[in-house]
Design a protein. Structure first.
Length: 322
């Protein structure tokens, strides 16, 4: 069976639905599973064909537990979704491949570079991308942006515009670093969804302007065809060790078109549903590449100026017991 398992499903209902739609259009009897530590409280697990309870990502046996679940459920492809599982899954790709199970994930070297913000800056510079200045905690220029060296979402992120706002916690916590701040009055923020084939060649880039975010995830965004596409085509056409969906965050100056690279996340981002609905059919391309063994052409016929406004919805489960 050509089944797909999406790990750490959580609230990723739109992503699961996209994979279900595209998989069943090609293999009608195939299933999309969601693995989660607490599937009873996961909205994505409720709409999947089946949910699988699994141990926590930080459990020492996580990869073995996940492999066992894949074998028992005839899973052929695994789609990771959260930062904390990327390194361990990239380190265990070969173990899964020995059972004819492919994890759609970039290779270990790229994962390691993306986890560490300083290493990400080094990678950007190799790709001819300007980055935010990094300051020492004794010598900085306000305003600054404080964020963890390793982190995701907006956890422990701070915008500091006056010295009185800097706390002892921020000064003494070695994991928090001081970076140049990009004023929203001057810069637009973009998340770009890039698709890389199994040979790490770029096949699509869709810039999404971030209009509004909530908890580090875009809640209002719009697709744009602008200078970022040419820039990425020139500098990211081949990205060593990149596989599948990669999200790259940039700031684009409103007047000068200056581009600054911020983060690279080697996974599906929370705002990917906008790119999918605009025509960037990454779930289908994954199925074509890894199940049908087809080669992909570069795709740029996606819809520009498509606005996404997200809202909360409800999934109700009757007779639930704690």
């Amino acid at each position: 069976m050509n089944n797909i398992l999406i790990t750490s499903g959580g609230r990723r209902v739109s992503l699961v639905r996209a994979f279900m739609k595209e998989l069943k259009a090609i293999f009608p009897s195939a299933k999309v599973y969601v693995a989660d530590f607490n599937p009873n409280l996961s909205p994505a697990a409720q709409i999947a064909d089946k949910s699988i309870k699994i141990c926590r990502v930080d459990d020492a046996d996580y990869s073995d537990y996940l492999l066992k679940a894949c074998i028992e459920n005839n899973v052929k492809l695994v789609i990771p979704t959260i930062d904390t599982e990327l390194l361990i899954l990239s380190q265990n790709k070969e173990k899964f491949l020995r059972h004819n199970i492919t994890i759609i994930i970039s290779n270990k070297n790229l994962i390691e570079a993306c986890i560490d913000k300083i290493k990400t800056h080094t990678l950007f510079e190799k790709l001819n991308v300007n980055v935010a200045k990094t300051y020492s905690k004794s010598n900085y220029k306000l305003p600054i942006f404080i964020k963890p060296l390793n982190g995701s979402g907006s956890n422990n992120n701070f915008i500091v515009k006056s010295k009185s706002q800097i706390s002892e916690y921020q000064l003494k916590n070695d994991s928090l670093k001081f970076f140049e701040y990009f004023d929203a009055e001057l810069y637009d923020e973009y998340t770009c969804d890039l698709y890389y084939d199994k040979n790490s060649n770029l096949k699509c880039v869709i810039p999404r302007k971030r209009i509004e975010t909530r908890a580090g995830e875009v809640s209002k965004g719009v697709t744009k065809k602008n200078r970022l596409i040419t820039f990425i085509d020139q500098n990211f056409s081949f990205l060593e060790d990149a596989i599948g969906c990669i999200t790259v965050q940039f700031f684009l100056h409103k007047n000068t078109n200056e581009i600054k690279g911020i983060e690279i996340n080697p996974r599906f981002g929370g705002g990917f549903p906008l790119s999918y609905l605009a025509g960037g059919n990454y779930p289908k391309w994954i199925i074509q590449e890894y199940m049908l063994h087809e080669e992909l052409n570069y795709f740029d016929a996606w819809e520009e100026n498509l606005l996404m406004l997200r809202y909360d919805d409800e999934i109700l489960i009757k007779n639930h017991e704690d």
